[in-house]
Design a binder for this molecule. Structure first.
Ligand code: ATP
Length: 346
């Protein structure tokens, strides 16, 4: 089963450039979380900090009681074995076929026999839909297949925490939907803690149990998916609708004069770049029929219902609306009062 990751007061700079400060969040064990944020807000830097490739100046990252930010190199090496990482481009060795790429961590870090390695590699390739492609070179396959090969390699040491950097980058919407399904299926099979970094709205709306967002060097929010998906925060609203109108600018945040000018243009009928209001809680992707039920869903339900009273009303409503009649009875919850949601859902 996956482990909990606790991040407390984390701050990272490069020289005089502050990337983010005082980031505090908990990745609940075995749950899937997404970290959103406009380009350049330091999402990849956050992933690299989690595995100890970068060392933040302040704060703690605690896994199994060990603080990665202050522990000795030997302990960090041991904790890193809990992680499987899918980097943006798959980070495959171009001269090795998929079999050898996926076998690489097993040959480097274990004393397993070639027979055992073969069994594991073929199993992971099968799990990611790449059975039969083991002799192909990375240059001979599509971007989506390279992502899945990178994922196979991230799985071979049976990680308890899986970090995924932009699973959708370079993929069309259909291939993105397939990789979203694959991540949920893997979570159902392995119960690993998963953190996905992305700016894809569909991934954010349909995949995770929890969502966070980085903006202006801060973690704007992190919590149950229903909180961000129903949020009224201007930056979240703008991000979810893909609009030019709001605090996020072309490369940096905007000043209030620019925001007022842009709003005036839209008020005069100019297109704001968005397609539709993407706020509101939509159903989460479920594992492919035949795969196990996600234990994380049950654990999350219990956790979220314990903190329900602390959440905003729309988020509460989204959570309660996702419960079946039997669950409502089991948790002693009264029938739902009607409450208007964003996106017109009553
Ligand atoms: N090793 C490094 N040395 C100096 N600056 C770095 C280093 N790594 C990242 N940065 C800077 O940190 C900032 C955040 O980069 P990062 O790649 O984490 O952003 P991101 O949110 O993942 O962006 P995107 O969504 O475009 O991938 C950028 O300004 C980048 O130039």
């Amino acid at each position: 089963m996956g482990v909990e990751v606790t991040v407390d007061g984390l701050t990272k700079s490069f020289g005089r450039q502050l990337i983010w400060r005082d980031v505090t969040l908990t990745l609940p064990k075995g749950e899937v979380s997404v970290l959103l944020g406009p380009s350049g807000t330091g999402k990849s830097v956050f992933l690299k900090s989690l595995i100890g490739l970068l060392r933040p100046e302040r704060g703690r990252i605690v896994i199994n009681g060990v603080d990665l930010c202050s522990c000795p190199e030997r302990e960090l090496y041991e904790i890193r074995k809990l992680f499987g990482v899918l980097f943006q481009d798959g980070a495959l060795f171009g001269s090795m076929n998929l079999f050898d790429n996926v076998a690489f961590p097993l040959r480097e870090h274990t004393k397993k026999s070639e027979t055992e390695i073969r069994r594991i590699v073929l199993e992971k390739l099968e799990m990611t839909g790449l059975a039969g492609a083991e002799m192909k070179l990375p240059g001979e396959i599509s971007g989506g297949m390279r992502k899945r090969a990178g994922l196979s390699r991230a799985l071979v040491l049976d990680p308890e925490i899986i970090l995924v950097d932009e699973p959708d980058s370079g993929l069309d919407p259909v291939r993105t939907a397939y990789i979203s399904q694959l991540l949920i299926d893997l979570n159902a099979q392995m119960d690993a803690t998963i953190l996905i970094v992305s700016h894809n709205i569909n991934v954010a709306r349909t995949v995770p149990d929890n969502i966070g967002m980085l903006f202006r060097k801060d973690l704007v929010m992190f919590g149950p998916r229903e909180v961000l998906l129903t949020s009224d925060e201007p930056v979240v609203k703008q991000f979810l609708s893909g609009s030019r109108i709001g605090p996020i600018g072309m490369s940096e945040e905007k000043d209030s004069a620019t925001m007022a000018e842009e709003q005036a243009l839209v008020d005069a009928g100019h297109h704001d770049g968005s397609t539709e209001d993407m706020r509101g809680v939509v159903p989460q992707i479920e594992p492919t029929p035949g795969l196990p039920f996600r234990d994380a869903v049950r654990r999350r339900k219990e956790r979220v219902l314990r903190i329900l009273h602390t959440l905003p009303p729309l988020a509460q409503h989204g959570i309660l609306a996702s419960l079946s009649r039997e669950e409502r009875a089991a948790y002693g919850i009264r029938p739902l009062a009607t409450h208007r949601q964003h996106g017109g859902t009553p």
